[in-house]
Design a protein around this ligand. Structure first.
Ligand code: FE2
Ligand code: FE2
Length: 434
């Protein structure tokens, strides 16, 4: 996300005075995961049960953890303490995949070691994985003859993924100029956030606190920019002669976003250990006053789709948030964003009635686009944050966000098509003034 005033002073850990640009907390990192864990195999061979550890790492070149990734693995197992099996190699896939590598099997008498080809297929979900592994002996270490035969094993893994990549969130309607969304920069500031009970974050490592502070700071800045979005929308509605109920709902939405920003700055400040707030906001010129088609278009893209998505995202984050303060903030945000989406539909319907020909043409053109481009999301790059603790504090991985966004767009398109086909009935459907 573009930001015009970048230098920020943040003492992220409180105890240590650091001067850190906010972007340093969110530097670009590759999308991927590092997965240490335990490994159990049951199969053919002299000793059927092997127990040990596996470490794997995957990167996702498309920048989407839901896409095909590649990486490497290392396994170390012992079989009843009598011999060990070490393997390393290459993995390809995602939820399901395959692996190819080299295995070395030893005995206590190292002279009978065996080198083998390691092949396997795997499937994984959350922390659990399973697979089938075939170890094909190739050569013995010294004598030329393998000491081990072919081993076919069923494998069970328990791994804790440590996620690297983009994570989190925008719960606000973006403030735009011609070049894209705008937010303020963060700074140390009173007036936007209380630092809550430090015990809330005492169990987190410094690294986790830094990254969660960065995450919530991005969300807070997006919410803060939304206040201006609704203020500008109120002016646009006034210029178009909108009724009082639309105007009042728009002003209420600006107040909601103010509260969302306070809640988000509060969480960011608690993780950071010092009060954070927004700096100056580089407001764009309000250029489109009196243009009902432009108001309808942005209400559709950023409100009907964007805020429906924001509501679903906040609800999803709330379900996994174990921290009560985080869960409370997300519940409030989810409820408000759903109401803002309803307001956006009301504005679309009103604009359609106001200037049917132009608004229909603009919205029809929007429907003809294969996909409505999402505003550049203030996703925060996170390196080395275990995904389970992150989710407890409100984080939603990028791969879980995409289906929510797609569903929000699909349902909004269907509803808009119905409105354009039968504007009279759709007016009633869209007339949900909060
Ligand atoms: Fe919001
Ligand atoms: Fe909103």
């Amino acid at each position: 996300m573009r930001r015009r005033n970048k230098l920020v002073a943040i003492d992220v850990v409180g105890a240590v005075a650091l001067l850190v640009p906010a972007q340093a907390l969110a530097s670009s990192v590759p999308e991927g995961s590092f997965n240490p864990g335990l490994l159990l195999s049951v199969g053919s061979g002299e000793y059927p049960v092997g127990f040990g550890t596996e470490i794997s790492g995957m990167v996702f070149p498309k920048g989407d953890p839901g896409s095909i990734g590649y990486g490497g693995f290392f396994q170390a197992q012992t079989y009843a303490g009598d011999y060990a099996r070490l393997a390393f190699g290459f993995q390809l896939g995602n939820v399901v995949g395959g692996e190819l590598g080299i295995a070395g099997l030893t005995r206590s008498d190292l002279h009978t070691s065996t080198f083998a080809l390691h092949t396997g297929v795997f499937a994984s979900a959350a922390v659990l994985g399973t697979g089938l592994r075939v170890t094909i002996p190739m050569t013995g270490a010294d004598h030329g003859l393998p000491a081990h035969g072919v081993e076919v094993s069923w494998v069970l893994t328990l791994k804790v993924p440590i996620y690297s990549g983009k994570i989190f969130n925008s719960f606000g309607r973006p403030l735009r100029d011609e070049q894209g969304p705008i937010t303020a920069a963060a700074r140390e500031a009173s007036g936007w956030a209380d630092i809550r009970d430090p015990a809330l974050v005492a169990h987190l490592s410094t690294r986790e606190r830094e990254e969660l502070a960065a995450l919530w700071l991005e969300a807070a800045l997006a919410e803060h920019a939304s206040i201006a979005t609704f203020a500008a929308l109120a002016l646009e509605l006034l210029a178009l002669g909108a009724p009082a109920d639309l105007l009042a709902a728009c002003q209420q939405a600006a107040q909601d976003e103010t509260e969302h920003a306070r809640l988000s700055f509060g969480l960011a400040s608690t993780y950071a250990g010092l009060p954070l707030g927004p700096g100056t906001l580089p407001l764009p010129a309000t250029a489109r006053l009196g243009d009902a088609a432009a108001v309808a278009y942005l209400s559709f893209t950023d409100g009907c789709i964007g805020e429906t998505f924001a509501a679903a995202l906040a609800r999803r984050a709330q379900r996994h948030a174990a921290d009560p303060a985080v869960a409370r903030a997300l519940a409030r945000i989810a409820t408000d964003e759903a109401r803002h989406a309803a307001l956006a539909w009301s504005i679309v319907a009103w604009c359609l009635a106001l200037d049917p020909a132009r608004v229909r043409a603009t919205l029809g053109a929007a429907l003809a686009e294969p996909e409505i481009e999402a505003p550049a999301a203030p996703l925060t790059d996170v390196l080395g944050l275990p995904i389970v603790p992150a989710a407890r504090h409100g984080a939603v991985p990028a791969d879980e966000q995409k289906p929510l966004r797609r569903r929000a767009e699909r349902t909004a398109r269907a509803r808009l098509k119905r409105m354009l086909r039968a504007p009279r009935e759709a007016r009633v459907e869209g007339d949900v003034i909060p």
